[in-house]
Structures are given as C-alpha cells and as structure tokens.
Design a protein around this ligand. Structure first.
Ligand code: ADP
Ligand code: MG
Length: 815
C-alpha cells in the first residue's frame, strides 16, 4: 500500500519538501521562491510524467499555499502526505475549500430568468404571499438578505447519542420518541415537560415559558433534540433543548451539521431549512466577491460564495469556522471602512466655532450645583473643553455608567456655548427622557438665577450674568403652533439650547448658529440620525453619550471615528442597590417584598423573560404575565404593561403614568426604556434573569436606586444553566458596569453589546469581538485600502463601494 502510492520521482521530492516545511513550522520556507511556485512547476512535471490525477488532487486550480494560515497549511500538508503515502484517500482532500482563491463554489443550478439577488424573496419558487411577510418580520426581504440570514446554530448529528450515553454539561444530539408531553408548572410559571425515550432508556426534557409546545409533541412523535443535559433532583434532564419533529427522510442526513434558523410565528424549521437550502444553492454562487483579491489573500480568507454556502450547510466544523471567519472579517472590515473614512474626513474640516473658555462662568456654574463634580467628571469636562476650544470639530463619545452624572457635564459645555453666542442642541431617544433633561437642566440653572418660565416648554434665565440663556423643549407630541413658535425662535437664534427628541432632526427645524450637538443614549439612534442633527449646523462640535459600558478596546474599534471619554466613578454617597438572586421557591416571598414596598408608597418594575423567537411571542408572554400578576398575585394593586409591539405613543403614556405614580408596578418585556428616571421605584424584579447578559441586567438594575430610597434588584431564574448561575453570582456581587461588560465579553462574547438594539452600526452577525486579531486585521486593511483609494473609485473596488453603501445605509435606517 505504502509503496504503491508513491509512483514517481516528483512525488518523492514533494514528500521531502513537505517534511522540510513541517520541520520549519510551515513558514513557506522549504523551497526558494515559495511553495506555490514549486507546486505549479510540480503540476506541470507531474502531468508530463503521468502523475497528474494525484497532483490535481493535491493542488486544485486556485490553490495557494501562501494564502493559507499556518493551521491550514499544516492541515493541508498532513492530508497531502497521507494521501501520497497511503494511496488515494477515500475522500476528496478538502484543500480546495481552504484555499483563499476564488470561492470554492459548489455546482450552481441555473437562476430563474428576470430574478436577481435584489429581487424580493417572493420571486423564489416556494415562497408564497404568506411566507414573504413572515420572513419580513425577521428582517429578510430580498434574496440577498436571505443569503445573509444565518442559522442560529447547527445541530450536530455527528455527535448523536443514545439516552444511556448522555453526558451532563455537554451539547449532544438525541433522536427519541415522545412518550408523554404536557403543560406543567415550572418554578411557578407554565412550561412544557416531555418524557422521551429510545431503546436505551428514557429522559425528561423541559422547556420554560413555552407551554404551547405540549400540544405540538404528540405521543409517539419522533423528535430530534439538541442541547445540554443538566441534573435535577439527581436525574438527568434536557433543559430547553433545540427540538425538531422528525420525519423519516431526515435521518439520512448527508450533512452532519444541520442548520437551526431563527423562527417566527408561522415559520417551521423544516420549511425554512428546505427553502434556505434551495436558495443558497442557486444564489450563493451568484454573489460577486466584494473583497479585493489582495486583501483576501493576505488575510487567508475564503471566497464569499463559498463562505455563504458553508455558513449555512457546512461540510465540517472546520469549514464552518473558516466561513465564519471570512464573514466576520467582512462585517468588521465594512465597519472599519465607514468609520475610518469618516474620521479622516472629519479631521480635515473646520469647526463652526472655537469656544472661548469662560472660567468665571464655569466657576459660577460649579458653585451653584448642590454637589461637587467627581474627579472623573472634572477630567471629562476638561477633555471636552479642550476639544471645543480647537479649530477641529469635537467628535467625542462619553461613556458613563447610569447615574454617573453625564448630563451635568454636558450641561457645562452647553452653557459655555451659549456664553459664546452659539446654540446647542441635546437630543434624547424618548419624549420622557427629553423632558427629564429639560427639567433637570432648568432645575440646575434656576440655582444660578431666577427664571422666567414662559411656558412648560420654554424657560429663560435672564440674570445668568452676563449672558441671557433661553432653553426650549421640542418633541413630536407638541401642538403644531407651539412647535412652530419654538422652531422660529431657534431659527432666529433666540433659543440658546434646544432639547428634544427626533423632532430636532425634522426638516422644519433650523438653527441660526448651531455649534454644539449632544446626543444622549446614542446607541438608540442610527448613524444617519446622528449625522442629520450634526448637519443642522456647519461642522458643530459633537458629543455623544452612552450608559452602555463598552470595554475600551472594543469602543475604539467600533467607534473608531470618535474620541473617547469615560466617567468611571459614581458620585459619592450612593446607596448600593441590593441585588439578590432568589430560588424559584422564593418567588412568593419576592412578591411579598414587592407588596410591602408598595405599601410604603414605593413602586416596582417586573421584567419578563427574554424570548428569542420573536417580539410578538415576547409581547404575548408579557401580556400573559401581566394578566397573571394583576389577576392572581396583585389584584388590589395598579399594574401597567409595556412591550415592544405597542405604539410609541402608548409606550410613552404607560411610562408617564408610572412616572406620575398612577401605577404601582410596571410589567415590561426587556424593552423597558433606558435612562428613564423614576426615583420612587425601588424594586426591579427580573424574571428569567439567567437568560440576560450581565450588561443588560446591570442596565435594568440602573432603573432603580435613582432616588433617596434604598433599592433592590431581585433576580429570578427557574433553572439556570451552569453559565447562567455564574452570571447571576457575578451580578449579585459586582456593581461596576465596566467590570460587568468585561465579564460579559469573557462569558458570552460581544453579541451582548450588539444585539438588534445596536442600530448605529451595520449588523454584526458573525463577528465575535473577542477575536481581537481579526478585528485588528480588518482595521489595518481598511486603513491601507483607504490610503490608496479614499473614495473607493478604483474599478477593482466597485463591488466593495456598493457593499459599503449597502451596509451603512441599512445600519442608519435601523435607528
Ligand atoms: P447619567 O450619567 O445616568 O445621565 P445623570 O447626569 O442623570 O446621570 O445624573 C444622575 C444624578 O446624579 C442626577 O440627579 C444628578 O444631578 C446627580 N449628580 C451628578 N453629578 C453628581 C455629583 N458629582 N455628585 C452628586 N450627584 C451628582
Ligand atoms: Mg442620562
């Protein structure tokens, strides 16, 4: 066997070179001029001497050794050596797929006439008028978007176990028969329990908060289950596994990694999988690769079409990983291109105004405050003042934990603008937040001098010596006449500070001289919305603020166009919010505690569990929880409900009545608004707390503890996984938002920061920002490319320019 395979002198030489290459650590140094040149020569010679079939197996067209990563080289070399010494391999060597040349595209069926990648998905056979809107709910409208609609995960049929072999704590796939499925109470809430069995035994599976599954699992139905096995009361149990009803033809999976797609009402796993398979096979090969070939080669990246195919239907875990790497690189690279270009441009513009720093005024402002600035606030204010006194416009991100006092710092800068005869604007994502700012700032200023409140929306401080200061509120729900009047004043320059919502960026709003723009909770706005506000002036100074702590490395990369300031300490004397993780058995006690606090005149939030399937299902679950709490648990109290399917006006109305103390308890899906200040709310009860990331839990917790009363955060988790428990323990003892963010990154990766809410940036579906190396590579390549072709005008960048426009457009609109 061994000797028969090596059939020619050229093969023997190649084996020697591979051996040498191995001993040198796969640095491509075994032959002068690199292995690629040698291989090309070898191919030619092999062909001449009749060794060509094995030769083409080793290096198919487009193969480039130089473009492989070291791991890939090693893999390739080992496979090749094996195939050369042990005879023809039983399977094709997958080198082709690791190649960084043009995509390893599978044979493409023809595309239907008149249909393009940008056609609506209903143009595809099998996508009917009822399926289209369902995909639309998942954000998928065109065929191209369908290709980028990636599976949440893959069920690994290769890791299939019998029930007797199930291991605790490991992800496994199981094919079993349903003996019994019923709706049960799990930790006080409705869920589903099923007993399933195979020829080696039975096991219990449970799904929290999904009572409707009981009806779908008929006795004797065959199920594929995929998930981790836990232990409950000494017995193994599958906790909320992925599931699928099995039909006979499924078992003959040619493919061991079966995609599991995000679903919504009316879309079922089998349908989606079938559709996707068809679409990917026809359309993925039609994608032009927007990455320039040199970038792809330097970074050893798979071609686009192949990567899309492998991301959906991977041939192996290794291929899946390569695909992810390519697609993740794309996401980061496209972000970097946008961000770096903006920074370059911005750097070259001239600010509309250079502020003169009036120390006397700042001192006076400082003295009027009922507190002293923390050292962190002082430092950040200095950074801001130094920016606004420059010729270049400020472009700064201010991060600070909830309650760290960002508003006052921004206020100091806004007042300074007024003193310089320049207008300022402060934009917040909701009317309540805008009003809150308006009230806070008038409160602060009224200590400086008496105000003349002309209306609830307009206040002037005439004795703020020696400057007059007029501020106004502009929101969508104001009367048209009021809006017009305020707009007129802003246009004439009679208003110095305009505070508002999206209303500020309407066409009808003009400023006479807008020189400072502040955006609060900036992640709630799209890139385009922020730039729309910026464009109300000519290169105004811009300060964007966020309470979502993002680790520094990450922030610098994602917000590479901004300079960064951090308020990393809370004002002294804040009473820590007591955080407790409770056992399910303590749920009644928790309710008792809520009731007692309400008896003392306080208020409480209840946050419902995160349900990934859809906002609709999430809303339904919240409605059910609201009903249960108001009818069974707190029938005598006043409860309100907040969820994502409500209109903006209804949301505002509910939040307002909660703020005005017309409600005792606000039951909410995880949409509960950021930044809202209800000082009288002292309990934050979070259901399904184990399913949230630490940063998100921290945000929820920040909704309480905003007044003088001691506040509490109660965490309920029905049956947390190992990681879930880990997180709950950390949030119980840590109150530093940045530490929590780092922990989140460590435990869950960056998805936490960049969920659907992260509307300012193109979607990150594949990128994991813990992958710092890839990120740096993308950043470096972006800068290199822009240095050569800032406008992306070169013909070889045509597709890339299109892609940049596409993702940034989508990112902006989402806000
Ligand atoms: P955030 O950073 O969450 O926007 P705010 O600016 O709303 O925080 O401040 C939260 C509260 O803390 C406000 O009531 C504010 O007046 C108060 N505050 C701000 N700075 C200080 C400080 N240095 N000392 C004491 N209280 C402060
Ligand atoms: Mg704030």
């Amino acid at each position: 066997m061994r000797t028969t395979a090596v059939s020619g002198p050229h093969l023997e030489a190649l084996l020697k070179i591979l051996e040498l290459e191995r001993s040198k650590g796969y640095e491509d140094v075994a032959v002068v001029g690199g292995l690629d040149r040698y291989l090309r020569n070898y191919l030619k010679k092999a062909k001449d001497s009749g060794e060509s079939s094995s030769a083409s197996r080793i290096c198919p067209p487009d193969f480039s050794y130089a473009a492989l990563t070291r791991d890939q080289r090693q893999q390739w070399a080992e496979k090749t050596r094996r195939s050369l010494t042990e005879g023809p391999a039983s399977k094709e060597i997958p080198v082709k797929k690791l190649s960084a040349g043009p995509a390893p595209v599978k044979q493409a069926p023809p595309t239907p006439p008149g249909v393009t990648l940008d056609s609506p998905i209903t143009a595809v056979k099998g996508v009917g008028p009822s399926t289209g809107p369902r995909f639309a709910r998942l954000g998928v409208r065109t065929i191209r978007e369908m290709l980028y609609f990636f599976p949440r995960r893959h069920m690994d049929y290769g890791n299939q176990r019998h029930i007797s072999e199930l291991e605790v704590g490991v992800e496994q796939t199981l094919v079993a028969t349903v003996w019994e499925a019923r709706q049960v109470n799990l930790g006080g809430r409705p869920g589903t329990e099923a007993i399933v069995g195979d020829e080696t035994g039975n096991v219990r599976a449970v799904w929290f908060n999904q009572p409707y599954l009981a009806r779908r699992f008929r006795t004797n139905a065959r199920l594929v289950l995929f998930g981790k096995v836990g232990v409950y009361k000494g017995k193994k149990v599958l906790e909320s596994p992925e599931w699928e009803l099995l039909e006979s033809e499924d078992i003959s999976q040619a493919n061991m990694l079966v995609p599991v797609y995000p679903l919504t009402e009316g879309l079922y796993p089998r349908t989606v999988r079938g559709l996707m398979k068809g679409i990917v096979s026809v359309w993925a090969p039609q994608l032009g690769d927007h990455l320039p070939a040199d970038v792809r080669k330097r970074c050893a990246l798979m071609g686009l079409s192949g990567a899309i195919q492998q991301a959906h239907l991977p041939d192996s875990a290794a291929m899946q990983n390569e695909a992810r790497r390519r697609l993740a690189f794309d996401e980061l690279f496209l972000i970097q291109l946008g961000v770096a270009a903006r920074k370059m441009e911005w750097r070259e513009t001239k600010a509309s105004a250079q502020f003169r720093i009036d120390d006397a005024l700042l001192r006076q402002f400082n003295d009027s405050l009922p507190f002293r600035f923390t050292p962190a606030q002082e430092r950040v204010l200095k950074e801001i003042l130094s920016d606004v006194s420059q010729m270049r416009p400020m472009s700064r991100l201010l991060q600070g934990d909830v309650g760290s006092g960002k508003t006052v710092v921004a206020m100091a800068a806004l007042m300074l603008a007024a003193a310089n005869g320049i207008q300022g604007a402060l934009m917040a994502p909701t009317e309540i937040l805008a009003e809150q700012h308006f009230n806070t700032i008038s409160g602060l200023l009224s200590r400086l001098g008496p105000s003349e409140g002309e209306s609830r929306l307009l206040v002037s401080f005439n004795s703020l010596p020696p400057y007059p200061f007029v501020m106004a509120l502009l929101t969508g729900s104001q009367k048209a006449a009021e809006k017009r009047r305020i707009q007129k004043m802003a246009a004439e320059g009679a208003v110095h500070l305009l505070i508002g919502t999206h209303a500020l960026i309407q066409k009808s709003v003009e400023f006479r001289k807008l020189g400072l723009v502040v955006v609060d909770e900036q992640h709630r706005f799209g890139v385009l919305q922020r730039s729309a506000l910026r464009q109300k002036g000519t290169n105004p100074h811009v300060l964007v603020m966020t309470a979502t702590p993002i680790p520094r490395t990450l922030a610098l990369t994602l917000y590479g166009d901004l300079d960064l300031s951090v308020i990393d300490e809370l004002p002294p004397g804040r009473v820590a919010i007591e955080t407790r993780w409770l056992e399910p058995a303590q749920r009644q006690a928790a309710y008792g505690f809520v009731r007692r606090k309400i008896g003392e005149g306080r208020q409480a939030f209840v946050v419902c569990p995160l349900i990934e399937e859809s906002e609709n299902i999430e809303a339904k679950a919240a409605v059910a929880e609201y009903k249960r709490l108001s009818e069974e648990v707190f029938p005598d109290l006043r409860l309100g409900l907040l969820h994502g399917r409500m209109s903006a006006a209804d949301k505002e109305a509910v939040m307002r009545s909660f703020k005005d103390r017309q409600l005792d308890i606000l039951v909410s899906t995880p949409v509960v608004e950021v930044g809202i200040d209800v000082p009288n709310a002292v309990v934050m009860l979070i259901e399904g707390a184990d399913r949230f990331g630490l940063s998100q839990l921290h945000q929820f917790r920040g909704r309480v503890g905003r007044g003088e009363h001691k506040s509490y955060c109660l965490l309920l988790a029905d049956s947390p996984s190992f990681e879930g428990r880990e997180r709950l323990k950390i949030i119980e003892r840590t109150r530093d938002g940045f530490l929590l963010a780092e922990e989140d990154l460590r435990l869950r990766g960056p998805g936490e920061f960049f969920g659907t809410q992260q509307s300012g940036l193109p979607d990150l579906r594949m990128a994991r920002l813990s992958d710092v190396a890839l990120l740096e590579m993308a950043r470096g390549e972006a800068i290199r490319l822009l240095d050569r072709d800032r406008q992306l005008k070169l013909p070889e960048h045509r597709l890339l320019a299109k892609e940049v426009a596409r993702v940034w457009r989508a990112g902006g609109e989402a806000g």
